[in-house]
Design a protein around this ligand. Sequence first.
Ligand code: SD4
Length: 317
Amino acid sequence: HASLPLVINTWPFKDATDAAWNILQSGGSVLDAVERGCSRCEELQCDGSVGYGGSPDERGETTLDAMIINGDTMEVGAVADLRRIKNAIGVARAVMERTTHTLLVGESASVFAENMGFTVEDLSTNTSRQLFFEWRKGSCQPNYRKNVFPDPSKHCGPYKPLDSLTDPRTRNYASAPSHDTIGMIAVDAEGHVAAGTSTNGLTHKVPGRVGDSPIVGAGAYADSSVGGAAATGDGDVMMRFLPSFLAVEQMRGGADPSSACRTAISRIKRYHPHFFGAIICANSTGSYGAACNKVPEFSQFRYMVSSSETASSVLLS
Ligand code: SD4
């Protein structure tokens, strides 16, 4: 299968795929397609793990990570730990197009966004407040600190520090309640490639934690002379291996998209056999593929593809 144009994204977020596809069909650019597709998920709060009202951190706040890459020019814009602004991928695009920088973080990213005209609003919802309160009064399950005794009055309930040698939560967060990011690649009829990501990261994270999604080559990568890649999963582990960069470089060396994805997953697996994660790849001629790490908690991965040949949700199991 190889046909152009093409939109491919992680998880069965069909509305996002359709939004991106419609942009390409109406003559829009791959950047517009990726931005529109990812922002559709931000509006719809896809799976509770993209956009506002999801994944509250240890203080109960939802913060967003997003990135967009222009594979023609190798320009990138990204935001991390963005607060009180819903349209994270829009802000990422503003970083790319209206500054000479690549990545803005935290409160300062919010100030930038406000100056660019984005609406400032609380990202909490009843759902995120509920998640936070339940966690605080309950077992406070995922604690992402290793060998640290946090002050229970400042954090949540009486919980034990993780034993980094035996507790799998120090190596992956397969047991965490929600962990899906939208990662999208769009390729137009001329082979222009763009990629992007948007996520609210990891539930009950330590405030300030940034995942793989806004990191170039980790959460996504694109180079129109080759293709693009995007990742989802345990960003704390995955970002150490730049899997999206590795996959694109594999394709540059002649690998087909599926084997490029498998190579990127295997590299991580060598060190973290049980990590939770998946990657999607597309080359600039319209072939695509995906790979995931099969562990008991995560044996199937679904992604969406839209091209002139197909518009479907693909199950990788
Ligand atoms: C992160 N990679 O912040 C994101 C979360 C994710 O599937 O993709 N989960 O670690």
